[in-house]
Write a protein that binds this ligand. Structure first.
Ligand code: URA
Length: 434
């Protein structure tokens, strides 16, 4: 069929066949179909959606557009964890070493930050020498040896997604559930693990701004994962305010190191335990989530999680002395408090604006080519639900440029709501889809 006819078919709300979907994805990946026709098709999908069968075919065609990792030579149930993105999200840095220390193989491909959300690969580069580009052999050997490896996404993993995502980004077609499902799940399936635990963030700083849309996405991804014979679950987590206290690369790494030493913020640890207990159950090491959580708590208490983190940093060539002495991380030149102008309770610390404020300090990227300043960011002094007095700091800005700090302060003030009534703390784990 001509591409014109396939666009017409989707425009009329009809289902595309498996062959047609493969033809489209292969044709686009090989530069045989122009952007303008795929743009029209993407918009038709935005209006008419895709059936579960179409979504599955889309995901598999995108997965098959490039390399598929073969992790069969790693012993045990290999597990990946993926977050749909957040502000202050340092979960992988804490969760990975904890569950690896319990014996769960963590074979993880991570990305860089873009826009208001951060990326694990950037944070790992806080350790001088850390290699974020392992070969497939190095990746597999390391997981076999120490149970954990984290690497950047290989260039030829789901190349169809790279092209499609860039096009979706400029054609207002990012926020459609079938397309997001295909994009995320094609990469997860190409990464070759046996089990996948998804952290689907919900709220101001997340892709999905409300629970209904996040649940729809969670069900869609879990459906596709099951059809592909994977063990899969999605945990819906609140991203209305930043996770933990720190936003910004080095600051988040320091918070993660503290968490591995038993000094983690409550909300961060709640997410880590929710995702980790699911991963441990998938691994078969424990069948009961409460017992799995207890194993994780013990791994922190007895130092094995922290020791695993050091081993992991060293295995990838990183300088672990930074993890042993966090004062080695270069601080920003200025640390500026942003203080409350009234008494009351903190009702909102809008996560997206905090992420954008950190980005405006130099801590994030607008485009993939931007270089980030690792030392800048924001450290919260209060969380939503906390009481605050006039003159008390809401947060501290870590900046290397006072003009940028002023701009960040304005953004933070606009993103902070203080009111008289006690609103209580936010519910963090909103749902689990299995
Ligand atoms: N993250 C992805 O990788 N793809 C999407 O489409 C949305 C979020």
């Amino acid at each position: 069929m001509r591409m014109y006819d396939l666009i017409e078919k989707k425009k009329l709300g009809k289902e595309l066949s498996t062959e047609e979907i493969y033809e489209i994805i292969n044709g686009y990946t090989n530069d045989e179909i122009p952007d303008y026709q795929i743009s029209a098709l993407l918009m038709a999908i935005c209006f008419n959606g895709m059936s579960v069968r179409e979504r599955y075919d889309l995901t598999m065609a995108m997965r098959d557009s490039g390399d598929i990792l073969d992790l069969s030579s790693i012993d045990g149930v290999k597990i990946d964890k993926h977050s749909t993105g957040g502000v202050g999200d340092k979960v992988t840095l804490v969760l990975g070493p904890i569950i690896a220390s319990i014996g769960v193989p963590v074979a993880k491909m991570s990305g860089r930050g873009l826009g208001h959300t951060g990326g694990t690969i950037d944070k790992l580069e806080a350790f001088p020498g850390f290699n974020v580009a392992l070969s497939e052999e190095e990746f597999i050997n390391q997981v076999n040896k120490i149970k954990i490896a984290v690497t950047g996404q290989s260039k030829n993993l789901a190349p169809a997604d790279k092209k499609l995502y860039a096009l979706r980004d400029v054609t207002a077609t990012v926020d459609e559930v079938s397309l997001i499902t295909g994009s995320i799940m094609s990469k997860k399936l190409a990464a070759g693990t046996d089990a996948i635990v998804l952290d689907v963030t919900v709220g101001d700083g997340a892709f999905m701004k409300n629970k209904d849309s996040a649940l729809e996405l969670a069900h869609s991804m879990v459906d596709i994962g099951k059809r592909a014979d994977k063990k899969i679950a999605a945990v819906l987590t609140n991203m209305d305010e930043p996770l933990g206290f720190a936003v910004g690369n080095n600051l988040e790494v320091i918070e993660a190191i503290n968490a591995l030493q038993g000094k983690g913020p409550e909300d961060l640890m709640e997410v880590v335990y929710a995702l980790g207990s699911q991963m441990i159950v998938f691994s078969g090491i424990e069948t009961d989530k409460a017992k799995a959580k207890a194993l994780m708590e013990k791994a922190i208490e007895d130092g094995s999680a922290y020791n695993k983190f050091i081993e992991f940093i060293e295995a990838q060539g990183g300088d672990s002395s930074f993890a042993k002495d966090i004062n080695k991380f270069k601080p920003a030149e200025h640390i500026i408090p942003v203080c409350a102008n009234e008494d009351g309770y903190v009702h909102a610390l809008k996560a997206e604006s905090f992420g954008l404020a950190s980005m405006s300090l130099g801590g994030g990227r607008e485009t993939f080519d931007d270089v980030i300043d690792m030392s800048v960011g924001i450290v919260l002094n209060k969380k939503v639900g906390d009481e605050i007095k006039s003159g008390e700091p809401i947060c501290y800005i870590h900046a290397n440029d006072l003009n940028k700090a002023k701009k960040a302060e304005d953004m933070i003030r606009n993103a902070t709501v203080i009111a008289k009534d006690n609103c209580g703390h936010m519910q963090l784990i909103l749902d689990i889809v299995e």
